[in-house]
Design a protein around this ligand. Structure first.
Ligand SMILES: [Zn+2]
Length: 251
């Protein structure tokens, strides 16, 4: 309709009307573009909010898993230290408890592993990390990714140094599976090791291997695992601040 009005004004050589109609057309286009921009911006912000909310949920769940593993590994480490004292005759005890012996048997494989946050992997894989605009969160995500790659290479470096004691010293430490009464256990059986403590104390190759496993355990647990705890906490703080979330018991 406006075009017809411009055409008719042109025919009449009514330049003032042509100019006004022309300006109105341009204004209309500009306003439509701006409204479109606002809509896109609003959609991006609400998408960002959804991403941050999911990130927050995943951080809470990852941190809960990590803290369970950390507690279990602290306990494992404590038993290994005691076992080492017994084997090196630093305390007056001749036997290892079943749990201490099992910690020794598992000492080649600390439960340290890369822990990732699914939504971060997903945003990276789909190239959508730029939907997050908060600088503090982006900085914390980079720190987390850097920490993960340090942990990965640390674990790769340490893996060949570990000794699988029951394979290297089958006469001293024996692997067995026993039925357990835990309804949550996957197969109803648990791994236990039996230790020949007197024989272990006589075998310097075994004692060296135990020493190396404990050192490797401490390195991978401490450097790889405990250090990344701060990086997770920083990311969580940044997400909390962005979503205005507070926690009653601060981690
Ligand atoms: Zn939170």
């Amino acid at each position: 309709m406006i075009l017809r009005r411009i055409a008719s004004a042109l025919k009449r050589q009514d330049w003032a009307t042509v100019l006004i109609e022309f300006v109105l057309v341009i204004l209309g286009v500009l306003i439509a573009l701006q409204v479109n921009n606002w809509n896109e911006e609003r959609q991006a912000r609400s998408e960002e909010r959804r991403i941050l909310e999911r990130l927050h949920e995943e951080l809470i769940s990852v941190q809960a898993t990590r803290s369970r593993i950390t507690d279990a590994e602290h306990e494992n480490l404590r038993r290994l230290y005691t076992a080492r004292k017994v084997l090196f005759e630093k305390i007056d005890r001749q036997t290892l408890t079943s749990a201490e012996c099992t910690s020794l048997g598992n000492s080649d494989w600390p439960f340290v592993q890369r822990i990732s946050v699914p939504i971060i992997e997903e945003l990276l894989a789909t190239g959508r990390l730029n939907l997050i605009t908060n600088d503090d969160i982006l900085t914390a995500i980079s720190a987390l990714l850097e920490r993960q790659s340090i942990t990965d290479s640390l674990l790769d470096d340490l893996r060949p140094l570990r000794h699988e004691l029951s394979t290297e010293f089958p006469a001293l430490i024996t692997y067995a599976i026993v039925p357990i009464d835990d309804p949550l256990d996957e197969d109803g059986f648990d791994v236990v090791y039996t230790c020949d403590v007197a024989g272990m104390k006589e075998d310097s190759a075994f004692l060296n291997a135990v020493g190396e496993n404990i050192t490797t355990f401490v390195d991978s647990f401490g450097s790889g695992y405990l250090r990344s705890r701060q990086v997770f906490a920083d990311l969580h703080d940044a997400v909390d601040a962005s979503l205005n979330v507070t926690h009653e018991d601060e981690q």
